[in-house]
Design a protein around this ligand. Structure first.
Ligand code: 6PG
Length: 232
């Protein structure tokens, strides 16, 4: 399916509005909104806007997962969970049992297997072969990485597991990432990019040039949207 390009003026509020509309629609249709949060710095302002929006969904029907996590404790400044907690999770009444944190403080393989087991339990309850996110949010690195799927990484070839430990060039190096099987099972995927310096990478991906990891995110039976802001 051809990706949708959404060039927005006010990145944080426009992206937040788009995500919340997706949430409301998903809850109305399926009674649930399963959302994977992107890490890094870009999404924090979007999550803060989501938390304070008057267009809030029924947060009790929202499940939260994380596209990747750094192998650090949850109170470490580098933790994607901490960024999400400060910007969204501490401000939206999402049931704690609906937040599937990746235990960055634990042994990486154990943490990946533990989170995957939680998602498999939900998928089984829902009669799904694979946990199907309603929306996966992803960032984009200047080298074309997304989540913690970095160029040349063995993680790119993972075809069975949904989360695996990996090593990346972006500090901190030790991470846990969702893999393509889980990402591409999503109903919708949205890249959040708010840095004009990344536009050449987006252009490459849209033209199927280069071998960017982000370019292999292609939902099997879902849609793909690029939400592109003007930069800070
Ligand atoms: C991470 C992210 C990573 C991020 C991109 C963009 O843990 O670092 O998952 O994939 O989304 O590197 O990062 P910025 O938003 O900080 O530019």
């Amino acid at each position: 399916m051809k990706p949708e390009l959404l060039h927005v003026k006010d990145f944080a509020s426009d992206a937040a509005r788009w995500i919340l509309a997706c949430a409301v629609q998903s809850i109305a249709t399926r009674g649930l909104f399963r959302l994977a949060l992107a890490g890094g710095e870009t999404p924090a302002a979007v999550y803060s806007e989501m938390a304070r929006s008057s267009d809030a969904p029924d947060w009790s029907r929202v499940q939260i997962t994380f596209g990747d996590e750094r192998c650090v404790p949850p109170d470490d400044a580098q933790s994607n969970y901490l960024m999400a907690r400060r910007s969204l999770l501490d401000h939206a009444p999402i049931p704690s049992g609906n937040i599937f944190r990746i235990a960055g403080e634990a042994d990486p393989d154990h943490a990946a297997l533990q989170c995957e087991a939680q998602l498999r339990a939900v998928a089984t309850r829902m009669g799904e072969p694979c946990y199907r996110h309603d929306l996966v949010l992803l960032g984009l690195g200047p080298d074309g990485h997304t989540a913690s799927l970095f160029p040349g990484s063995p993680a790119l070839a993972e075809s069975q597991r949904w989360l695996i430990p990996t090593i990346g060039p972006k500090p901190p190096p030790q991470r846990i990432t969702m893999t393509y099987p889980l990402l591409n099972a999503a109903r919708h995927v949205a890249f959040l990019v708010n840095d004009p310096k990344k536009q050449p990478v987006i252009d490459d991906i849209l033209a199927h040039r280069g071998n960017h990891p982000a370019g292999a995110v292609q939902p099997t039976e879902g849609s793909l949207t690029w939400i592109i802001g003007p930069g800070k």
